[in-house]
Ligand binder design. Structure first.
Ligand code: ZN
Length: 324
């Protein structure tokens, strides 16, 4: 439901009428000079991914920029309060809940540089263009209303300015660039949650930023290549991280990441077998129980995972958008 406008239409309940803009969640200092601005998934709304901000020697390095204006407002307020420029954006992947804020951040800090993989170029001409076309049809037919219609209009506006999503500096391999005076270990995972995901390991704080390789309440498989994704999870595990910041949901300890990864592997194994979809969904809810705090989270997780089992089985074990 991350990016997939199409899926959003099938899963979203009737969206409420529009209401005052939510407030951005306050930043949390998760390690020295590293801040998490939590994304959210509000009822009747498309999600925002988490943003992680590194306070580097020559400015702020913003990892992912959210979808809604209230989320990018939170990033801009953080920079304003610290009186520091945003020197760079690093997009973990091109899903619009992680990149839509690029435009507003660029408007406010025209000097900033966007780092991302080249997967966005393929998505702009492919998945995103097709989603936008379908979204316009849905809007015109009046089949979506309220907050969901607002979100879709926002996504279409982002697509109209899709050049703001493209990287100034393309990262098409694993490397250690210096960004705003700070060294980052940036890893490229090919054919995982998208066909080019970046994740970071910060040696100074032993922290990883996983992007949507880890998401709650369930893995978001809309554009996934599950085998590459399994490899990426093993590569993350191979670093000596202590804390993992996921694309959606709270920070995980190393032990919690291990538990999430086991649940993820078991879910993919189940989806690849003969069990009923409901059984695989129940398995996820059981194995990931520590991450699903209430009935709403469990219901959401059940709906998503049930859908994903059907989706994977229709496409020989991958999403229809897996290019590998
Ligand atoms: Zn996401």
């Amino acid at each position: 439901m991350v990016t997939s406008l199409l899926l959003a239409f099938t899963l979203a309940a009737a969206a409420p009428a529009s209401e005052p803009q939510p407030r951005p969640a306050p930043p949390q200092e998760v390690a020295r000079n590293v801040y998490l601005l939590p994304g959210g998934i509000l009822p009747g709304r498309q999600p925002d991914g988490n943003t992680v901000i590194f306070a580097a020697p020559h400015g702020l390095v913003v990892v992912d920029t959210g979808r809604h204006t209230w989320h990018s407002d939170g990033i801009l307020a953080f920079a304003r309060e610290r009186n520091e420029p945003i020197a760079a954006i690093l997009n973990t992947h091109w899903h619009l809940d992680h990149t839509s804020g690029n435009r507003r951040l660029r408007e406010n800090f025209p000097e900033l540089r966007v780092y991302a993989s080249s997967a966005i170029d393929r998505a702009i001409g492919g998945f995103l263009a097709a989603s936008a076309e379908r979204a316009r049809e849905f809007l015109e037919s009046g089949r979506i209303t309220g907050t969901l219609a607002e979100d879709v209009q926002g996504d279409l506006a982002t697509m109209d300015a899709s050049d703001t999503l493209r990287p100034d500096i393309v990262i098409d391999g694993s490397l250690r660039p210096r960004i705003a005076g700070k060294r980052f270990d940036v890893r490229l995972a090919r054919h995982a949650a998208t066909d080019g995901d970046l994740w970071l390991y910060d040696r100074a704080t032993q922290l990883v930023v996983t992007g949507d390789l880890v998401t709650l309440p369930a893995p978001f498989l809309d554009t996934a290549c599950p085998e590459g994704w399994r490899t990426a999870m093993a590569d993350i595990w191979a670093t000596p991280f202590r804390l993992a910041i996921p694309g959606h949901g709270p920070a995980l300890t190393r032990a919690q990441f291990a538990s999430y990864r086991n649940a993820f592997e078991a879910f993919l194994d189940c989806a690849g077998g003969d069990a009923e979809a409901s059984e695989c969904a129940a398995g996820w809810v059981r194995d990931a129980a520590e991450f699903l705090p209430d009935d709403a989270a469990r219901t959401d997780a059940t709906n998503r995972t049930t859908y994903y089992v059907g989706m994977l089985r229709q496409n020989n074990g991958t999403s229809a958008h897996c290019a590998s």
